[in-house]
Design a protein around this ligand. Structure first.
Ligand code: F6R
Length: 604
């Protein structure tokens, strides 16, 4: 995810900015840049790839006087990871860095272009600096121009802006994306998007609240709230432990990543939904020409997300779709036809088994597509086409936001294909798109639910096994719920199609067999309910997850009433992730680094 730093003071600002960006490396990035205003002159540097490339570019640049500077690490979401798309973005005499999403950027950009402004990048961020300079022409106050600009932006942002006319001022604004300012006895000012760059430099920090904006100079720090009223900063002591600072106050990276799913999915959707059309600009419009069948291949969690795609592709796009575990596919001399589109799914893009199947498909002359979270990974480089999931770096070994964004992509891709094949009516597509827009809200963790699951978890620390059961897309979700639990709790768990329980596993039913039942209101509710009743009648302990109260359950996790089964899917996904997390915490396990597991499995 992107990172921001800013500095105002007499020290070596280049080193401070680069050092700050280094502290944000753990968040992941694919390009970086800085801009420094010293003695009235701007110097700006950008580089793709690792920070070492930026360090190399700045090696002859000396900052030994008072200066102001801003810096950024970018994780490509809108536009490729190129130098032109890297921040800071330049206007005529100003620079800006930004985290978040400017939702109305397309409309602002259109107007600015009509007024003669030239854009250098494909980013949403660049509109900020041009809009500011446009406003500056119509007012004598730089701050007023900045304020007007902020008022005109819709979406989420943390912004730092510097401009030649104000040699000692950094302008800031925050809404929805985190940012803080740090101070010390030497009267320096530091900005960052998380604590870590400030540790060792500052003693006290003020975390900005949503809609805060203002400016700093060497002697002033002025903040306004959303009503335009000046407010007092609220300084607190800065943490000193870097690892816990990286977790932004969460106990584990996995927990942080569960909470981050709202933003991750918003990024996944960004620029890909029109009111009545799904857009994948990154795909060649002929990708599906001559294709009569889709083959999906992946491992682990990615396999589970792909399994949901088999339901969605056939339901929405009427496209024959099959799926294989990559390690199985490799050695069974599979039949591959030229009319088959081969899709691999991988968070890392490096999983050895999945990579190998991609090579096999390429050798067989198939068209290939990868759905991946890491740009420039081996699979992205190898496949003919690529869709990035934009989940940001996932540190917890147990995958959460990668799964959520993969399923989102599959839902969108099934509609994209349905548009091409006209297998859904325009009205149906429009309805699905409206539902997709609700996904970020459906993965927002409610405090009540988290607290409830925390309490509930103490009843599920033993037993001789867990069955997670569901039907249709809730079957892959059940598999994923079981995988999460076994990975981090070391308890035995299996995912099963609910209708299959009576064909064998029901023999295990007793009070020490825990059944986690996924009961969506909008998909096969009665069918699944009778399967759960069969287990309940044999005294299995049942924990039902549903929006409809279920009196045969021993425990019940209530999700809100949703408009559609796919929104129920995402609501339940969060409940399952939290349940595994809290069970693992109670068992005293290392949630982020479970035993015997690695984040990226690059061996066979
Ligand atoms: C489970 C998990 C693994 C991965 C699997 C494939 O939480 O993370 O099951 O999903 O190793 O990894 P990728 O998606 O990187 O190919």
């Amino acid at each position: 995810m992107c990172g921001i730093v800013g500095y105002l003071g007499n020290k070596n600002s280049k080193e401070i900015l680069l050092g700050g960006l280094k502290e944000l490396e753990y968040r992941g990035y694919d390009s970086a840049g800085i801009a420094v205003l010293q003695e009235g002159e701007f110097n700006s540097f950008k580089a793709t790839g690792k920070l070492i490339n930026l360090e190399e570019k700045t090696k002859d640049f000396v900052t030994d006087k008072f200066s102001i500077g801003i810096g950024h690490t970018r994780w490509a979401t809108h536009g490729k990871p190129t130098e032109l798309n890297a921040h800071p973005h330049i206007g005529d005499a100003s620079y800006v860095v930004h985290n978040g999403i400017i939702e109305n950027y397309a409309a602002l950009k259109k107007d600015l272009i009509a007024e003669g402004v030239t854009f250098l990048s494909q980013t949403d961020t660049e509109v900020i600096v041009h809009q500011f300079e446009k406003n500056l022409k119509n007012t004598t106050s730089t701050f007023e121009a900045f304020k007007r600009t902020i008022d005109e932006l819709e979406g989420a942002y943390a912004i730092l802006l510097v401009t030649k006319g104000e040699k000692e001022t950094i302008f800031f604004a925050k809404n929805g994306s985190p940012m803080l300012i740090g101070i010390n006895a030497e009267n320096e000012k530091y900005f960052a998007s998380s604590d870590t760059p400030l540790i060792g430099h500052c003693t006290d920090v003020n975390y900005f609240e949503d809609c805060d904006y203002g400016y700093v100079t060497p002697d002033t720090f002025t903040i306004f709230n959303k009503d335009g009223k000046e407010k007092k900063p609220h300084f607190t002591k800065l943490l000193t432990n870097k690892l816990s600072a990286q977790k932004d106050g969460y106990r584990f990276f996995m927990e942080k990543e569960i909470y981050e799913q709202v933003d991750a999915i918003a990024n996944t959707l960004l620029g890909r939904l029109d009111d009545n059309e799904v857009l994948f600009d990154e795909l060649d419009s002929t990708l599906f020409e001559g294709i009569n069948e889709i083959k999906l291949c992946a491992c682990g969690t990615s396999y589970h997300s792909a399994l949901t795609a088999t339901y969605l592709f056939e339901r929405h796009a009427k496209m024959k779709t099959s799926i294989e575990v990559a390690s199985e596919f490799r050695y069974r001399n599979p039949i591959m036809h030229k009319d088959m589109l081969f899709i691999v799914i991988s968070q890392s893009g490096e999983t050895a088994d999945t990579l190998e199947t991609l090579k096999m498909a390429k050798e067989a002359g198939l068209k290939t597509l990868v759905i991946c979270n890491v740009d420039n990974s081996s699979m992205v480089r190898l496949a003919d086409s690529c869709i990035l999931t934009r989940a940001g770096v996932e540190k917890g070994v147990a995958s959460t936001k990668a799964f959520a964004t993969q399923v989102t992509i599959f839902w969108m891709l099934s509609l994209y294909l349905a548009q091409k094949k006209k297998s859904l009516s325009p009205q149906e597509i429009t309805k699905e798109i409206a539902l997709l827009r609700e996904v970020p809200a459906s993965v927002k963790v409610s405090n009540d639910m988290h607290e409830y699951i925390k309490r509930l978890s103490k009843r599920y620390l033993h037993g001789h096994g867990f069955f997670f059961i569901g039907r249709d897309v809730f079957y892959p979700l059940a598999l994923e719920g079981a995988l999460k639990l076994k990975e981090i709790s070391y308890l035995h768990a299996e995912g099963y199609p609910s209708g299959e329980m009576k064909h064998g596993p029901i023999a295990l039913a007793d009070p020490e067999l825990f059944t986690i039942a996924l009961l969506p209101q909008h998909l096969l509710y009665d069918k699944t309910k009778s399967n759960v009743e069969e287990l309940s009648a044999r005294d299995s302990t049942i924990c039902a997850i549903s929006s409809i109260d279920f009196d045969k359950a021993d425990d019940f996790i209530a999700i809100p009433t949703c408009k559609d089964y796919m929104l129920e899917f995402f609501e339940m996904m969060v409940a399952l992730q939290l349940l595994s997390l809290e069970i693992s915490v109670r068992l005293g396990n290392d949630v982020d680094m479970p035993r015997n597991l690695a984040k990226s499995v690059t061996v066979e």
